[in-house]
Design a protein around this ligand. Structure first.
Ligand SMILES: Cc1ncc(COP(=O)(O)O)c(C=O)c1O
Length: 487
C-alpha cells in the first residue's frame, strides 16, 4: 500500500554515517560530541545522544531547505500518511498549528474555530491577525467535558459567515472523542474553503481501523499531529501534513521557516524519522495491543465502586461520532472526590502520574508503551482509593452552564497589543477584556481578549466561586481583578 520503502530511515542513517566516519567537529554545538558536557548530565544520559547532536551541513541536510535525507524522510512521512507533503515540526504541534493558520489566513480574514481551542490556535490567530468566529462545542454535562463541534454547528456558522476563509476543528479531543469529521470536511469544501485540523491527539489514527478516521482520510486539507504525545518520537517532535487544492506546500515551507529555529535538533528529527518507520510498519499490531490493554483496564476500572471510565457508550451524543479507546478518562464524581484530588492522591501516595485532571476526571493516556503490569498497578491503586472513600462523601456537584459568548469588540491581535490596566472584575461591566477567563468544568473560555465583559459573566464567576468551582486564566489567580484594555 505504500509507494516508498518504509523500512528506510534516511536521516537516522545519515547521522549514523556521520558517527561512523568519526568526523572531527569544528561546528556547533559547542559540546563537540559530548566532550564539553557536564559530567553528571552525561553520566545519566550516556554518550550516544551527543554524537548525533549536530547542526546543518550537507551530509545531514537542512530543515529549512531540505534537499537530502530530511527531504526524503519527510517524503516517507507523506507516503505513510497519504499526504501530498509532510513537514517535521520541532516546535511540537503548537508550532505546526501556528504554521497552518498562517498558511491559510491573513490579517482580517475570518476563521471559524471551536471555542475550546488549544492556546496555540489563539497564538496563530494573534500572529496572523485573523478574525476568529467561535463555534460552541458540545458539552457532556455528566462527564463535565467538551466534545467536538457538530457538522450542524459548522454548517450554520458558515451560512452566517459565508466570507470565512477557513475552518479549524479538533480531531479527536484530548479525551479521545471525535466528531463526524468526514461530514464536516464535505460541508467546509462546499463553501470552497480549506479545513484545518488540530490532530494533536491523532498521529496513530491512520494506522488502525479500530480508531476514529484520520483527518486526511476524511478529506481535511492540512493537519498537525503530536507524534511525541501518542507514538514513538521524542517530546516536541510533531508532523504537519498537507493534502489540498487550497494549500500550497511551498507556502507552508516558507511559513515553517519563518517560525522554526535555524538550529533544529537532529536528535528530535531522527526520532521522528524512526517513529514514522515504526508506525508505518508495526503500527497496526502495536495499536491493536494497546487498544486491547486499554479495553481490559477500562473494564476493570468500571468494576470498582465510585469510578467510571467511559467507552463506546459515549457515541451518538452530539459531537461524539467515534472514540479512541486508548484514552482512559476516569471519573471520580460518584466517589465524592474531584479529579484534581484524585490526581494528587495518585501522584503523592502511589507515584502514578496522570496526563491531566479536571473537576470530575483524571485522564490516563494509553499507548503501545504501556504494559499489563503498569495497568494493574493503576487498577489496584484505584481499588484502594475506592475502599477509602466510597460511600463516605456526596457525589461531586453538577457544574453551572456557561454564559453566552460575549460580543467581540477588538480582534485578538489588537487586544493583545493594547495597553491594559487592572480593574476589579465586579466593576468591569462594559469594559473590554485584555485576558482569558476560563471555567472548569468544562474548560471553555467565558471571556477571550477583545470581548466585552458582561454582567452575565461577572455573575457567573461569582456563582462559580460560591460553589467552589474553578475559574482561572487571569493574571490575578484569585480572579478578583481582571486586565482590561485601556480606554
Ligand atoms: C488539542 C491540542 N492541540 C494542540 C496541542 C499542542 O501540542 P504540542 O504539545 O505538541 O505543542 C495540545 C497539547 O496538549 C492539545 O491538547
Amino acid at each position: 500500500m505504500y509507494k516508498m520503502n518504509q523500512n528506510e530511515t534516511p536521516l537516522f542513517n545519515a547521522l549514523m554515517e556521520y558517527v561512523n566516519r568519526e568526523t572531527l567537529p569544528f561546528h556547533v554545538p559547542g559540546h563537540k560530541k559530548g566532550i564539553g558536557i557536564d559530567k553528571d548530565f552525561k553520566d545519566f544520559i550516556g554518550e550516544n545522544p551527543f554524537k548525533i547532536d549536530v547542526t546543518v551541513f550537507k551530509l545531514v541536510d537542512s530543515l529549512h531547505h531540505p534537499t537530502g535525507p530530511i527531504k526524503k524522510a519527510q517524503e516517507l512521512v507523506a507516503d505513510a500518511y497519504g499526504a501530498d507533503a509532510s513537514f517535521f515540526s520541532i516546535h511540537g504541534t503548537s508550532g505546526a498549528i501556528q504554521a497552518m493558520i498562517l498558511s491559510v489566513v491573513k490579517d482580517g480574514d475570518k476563521i471559524l474555530v471551536p471555542r475550546n481551542v488549544h492556546k496555540s490556535v489563539t497564538s496563530g490567530i494573534i500572529l496572523s491577525g485573523a478574525s476568529p468566529v467561535f463555534m460552541e462545542p458540545e458539552i457532556d454535562k455528566k462527564l463535565g467535558i467538551a466534545h467536538g463541534v457538530t457538522p450542524e454547528t459548522v454548517a450554520k456558522t458558515l451560512e452566517e459567515n459565508p466570507d470565512a476563509k477557513a475552518v479549524l476543528i479538533i480531531n479527536p479531543t484530548y479525551y479521545g472523542v471525535a466528531t463526524d469529521i468526514k461530514k464536516i470536511a464535505d460541508i467546509v469544501h462546499s463553501f470552497d474553503i480549506p479545513l484545518i485540523v488540530d490532530e494533536a491527539h491523532g498521529p496513530h489514527l491512520a494506522f488502525s481501523e479500530k480508531l476514529p478516521m484520520s483527518a486526511l482520510e476524511a478529506g481535511a486539507d492540512i493537519c498537525a499531529q503530536s507524534t511525541h504525545k501518542i507514538i514513538g518520537s521524542l517530546t516536541q517532535g510533531s508532523l504537519l501534513h498537507v493534502k489540498s487544492k487550497y494549500v500550497d506546500p511551498k507556502r507552508v515551507q516558507q511559513i515553517m521557516n519563518l517560525l522554526q529555529t535555524t538550529s533544529p535538533s537532529y536528535i528530535l528529527m531522527a526520532s521522528l524519522d524512526c517513529a514514522r518507520r515504526q508506525i508505518a510498519l508495526e503500527g497496526k499490531e502495536l495499536l491493536n495491543n494497546a487498544i486491547e490493554l486499554c479495553k481490559y483496564t477500562r473494564n476493570e476500572i468500571n468494576k470498582i465502586p465510585g469510578f467510571y471510565c467511559f467507552g463506546d457508550e459515549v457515541l451518538g451524543k452530539p459531537g461524539s461520532y467515534s472514540f479512541d479507546p486508548t484514552k482512559l478518562t476516569i471519573s471520580s464524581r460518584e466517589l465524592g472526590i474531584t479529579g484534581f484530588e484524585l490526581d494528587m492522591i495518585l501522584s503523592e501516595k502511589y507515584h502514578i502520574q496522570m496526563e491531566l485532571s479536571d473537576f470530575y476526571n483524571v485522564l490516563a493516556v494509553g499507548s503501545f508503551g504501556d504494559t499489563k503490569e503498569g495497568m494493574d498497578i493503576l487498577i489496584s491503586a484505584l481499588k484502594e482509593i475506592s475502599e477509602e472513600y466510597y460511600g463516605k462523601r456526596e457525589p461531586v456537584q453538577d457544574f453551572l452552564d456557561i454564559p453566552t459568548i460575549p460580543k467581540k469588540i477588538l480582534e485578538p491581535r489588537e487586544a493583545f497589543y493594547s495597553d491594559k490596566t487592572s480593574k476589579l472584575l465586579k466593576d468591569s461591566v462594559g469594559d473590554i477584556s485584555g485576558e482569558f477567563l476560563l471555567a472548569y468544568p468544562p474548560g471553555i473560555p467565558v471571556l477571550c481578549p477583545g470581548e466585552i465583559i458582561t454582567k452575565e459573566v461577572i455573575d457567573y464567576v461569582h456563582d462559580l466561586k460560591r460553589a467552589n468551582l474553578y475559574v482561572q486564566g487571569t493574571e490575578d489567580s484569585t480572579v478578583k481583578y481582571i486586565k482590561i484594555v485601556s480606554k
